[in-house]
Design a binder for this molecule. Structure first.
Ligand code: AMP
Ligand code: MG
Length: 500
């Protein structure tokens, strides 16, 4: 099937103001080109929350539905949009991969929204000069996963790129089998990756462009670095700090990214490029969510050290801007303290500990050890722990029953009770605080799978329903109790790989 031509109608501009700062960097950074359209596009899902964040009023969205469908399928442009594919490189699975770039993503422009400037990007909109062996397309299954998880992570309070909508088309796309094409529209303050910096140092060997990129990132996103004695060192340090915070978020929430290549690392410390990700069901530090990751390089427990490795790759990419390498290495040092502190603070909150005390690390590790030994469901265990009573003789059956080795749990529970008493913890207040940080609803693989299954036969209701449930992850939603349940047995056999 060939691409459809642009519709003849002249599109009226939506009420958006375009700023397009990345496009102003010039031709060394990207190739300007239009999207390749798709035949007969239709809607799969829209995130009204994301639309509101851009400043699109809900009534506008409905009024201009046809226009929006064409634009977000890659069949048309609104005035002010400046489509382009950016050039980047990167390390994949620890090995230098050379030039990569937006092989199937297309930057549409930057909107000055009510929450600040936001870039819009199509994913799956056809070939670009960076497509290499790929077809520039994305399939429905992976687009639904990215859409739902981006919005779910945002609602969980985890820094992330967001997703505005998904459209689909009968255009056939070849993966392991023939699937339907889809386009996911992503939204972020910036889509710049570590790999953009590596590109200008190692691939293009254009240090002037490297400097312009670094200065652009400082001016646009890290203005606090501008007046530092060494602005580029300050930039690297701030990226290291944000990355450390992101890793603490992931580890505390039980999120496994799956492909932490340097081209999938955001310069703003956002979760980016949702592929074979997964939330932990049973707690297993060695969990590998990516079926293609045979060595387990990106296993759950390794994520924080992989992020530090990736920061070293970024430091190397920035090296031409430093007088000596030690300055770059020094800028990474804070990661070693920021990450463990941020993680401990998140884990203390998950246990409902209001203050920091000696022995907290051992108490947290003791629980994680029990969870791992019994392969207890991570999300359900923390949610139930909120109901823990510190009263004498309390059975605490709801949480205790999750463990196989009850004696071992009882021994831990005794320490926990003493620790709660030591800070005069009030059970009711603590439960409320814990329920604000321990989600009840997460995007488990089997939930995504069910929504995808139905979408593949033309029923998109489940995608929209899941989006709504995951939009309030910390609230009790009695009518949606089933979404908070243990995964079914078949969930263990879901295989998610890089093929998307
Ligand atoms: P990923 O593993 O999805 O982060 O992709 C790594 C690189 O491969 C990036 O440069 C992508 O743009 C590119 N890529 C992945 N899938 C495709 C595809 N179907 N067509 C073209 N490029 C792709
Ligand atoms: Mg990627």
């Amino acid at each position: 099937m060939s691409a459809v031509p642009l519709p003849p109608a002249v599109l009226s501009a939506p009420p958006l103001r375009w700023t397009n700062r990345f496009a102003a960097l010039g031709g060394s950074f990207y190739t300007a080109l239009p999207a390749q359209g798709v035949p007969d596009p239709h809607w799969v899902a829209v995130s009204e929350a994301c639309a509101a964040d851009l400043g699109l009023p809900p009534d506008w969205w409905q009024r201009e539905e046809w226009q929006a469908l064409q634009v977000f399928s890659g069949n048309a442009l609104w005035p002010g949009m400046q489509p382009l594919a950016s050039a980047y490189s990167g390390h994949q699975f620890g090995v230098w991969a050379g030039q990569l770039g937006d092989g199937r993503a297309l930057w549409l422009g930057e909107v000055d929204g009510p929450s600040g400037p936001r870039e819009l990007q199509l994913k799956g909109s056809g070939l670009t000069p960076y497509s290499r062996m790929g077809d520039g397309r994305a399939v429905l299954r992976s687009s639904i996963r990215e859409f739902l998880c981006s919005e779910a992570m945002h609602s969980l309070g985890v820094p992330t790129t967001r997703a505005l909508c998904v459209t689909a088309s009968p255009l056939p796309v070849r993966r392991e089998s023939i699937e339907g094409a889809a386009v996911c529209t992503r939204v972020a303050e910036s889509f710049i990756r570590f790999g953009h910096f590596e590109h200008f140092t190692h691939t293009a060997q254009d240090h002037e462009a490297l400097r312009r990129l670094a200065d652009f990132v400082i001016d646009a996103y890290y203005p606090e670095c501008r007046d530092a004695p060494l602005p580029h060192a300050a930039l690297l340090e701030n990226v290291a700090r944000r990355t450390a915070e992101l890793m603490a978020h992931w580890q505390a929430i039980g999120f496994c990214h799956g492909v932490m290549n340097t081209d999938n690392m955001s310069i703003l410390g956002l979760t980016i490029d949702y592929g074979p990700f997964g939330f932990l069901d049973a707690f297993d530090p060695g969990h590998i969510c990516n079926h293609s990751d045979h060595q387990g390089r990106y296993a759950f427990a390794r994520q924080p050290s992989v992020a530090f490795w990736n920061l070293h790759a970024l430091a190397q990419g920035l090296l031409p801007l430093f007088d000596d390498g030690d300055q770059a290495l020094e800028a990474l040092e804070p990661y070693k303290t920021v990450f463990p502190q941020a993680l401990q603070s998140r884990m203390r909150a998950k246990l409902g500990l209001a203050v920091e005390r000696d022995g907290d690390t051992a108490l947290i590790d003791g629980l994680l050890k029990r969870l791992a030994a019994d392969r207890t469901d991570y999300t359900i265990a923390f949610r139930r722990l909120a109901q823990f009573s510190s009263a004498d003789g309390a059975g605490n059956h709801a949480v205790r029953d999750l463990f196989v080795d009850r004696d071992a749990f009882d021994a831990w529970a005794l320490q926990y009770r003493e620790r709660l008493r030591a800070e005069n913890s009030d059970d009711t207040q603590r439960a409320a605080a814990m329920n604000r940080v321990n989600p009840k609803f997460i995007l488990r693989n089997h939930l995504a799978q069910e929504a995808i299954h139905r979408a593949q036969s033309g029923d998109f209701g489940e995608v929209q329903r899941l989006l709504k449930v995951l939009g309030r992850p910390f609230d009790e939603q009695p009518e949606h109790e089933a979404y908070a349940d243990f995964p079914p047995d078949w969930a263990q056999h879901i295989e998610v790989s890089c093929s998307s």
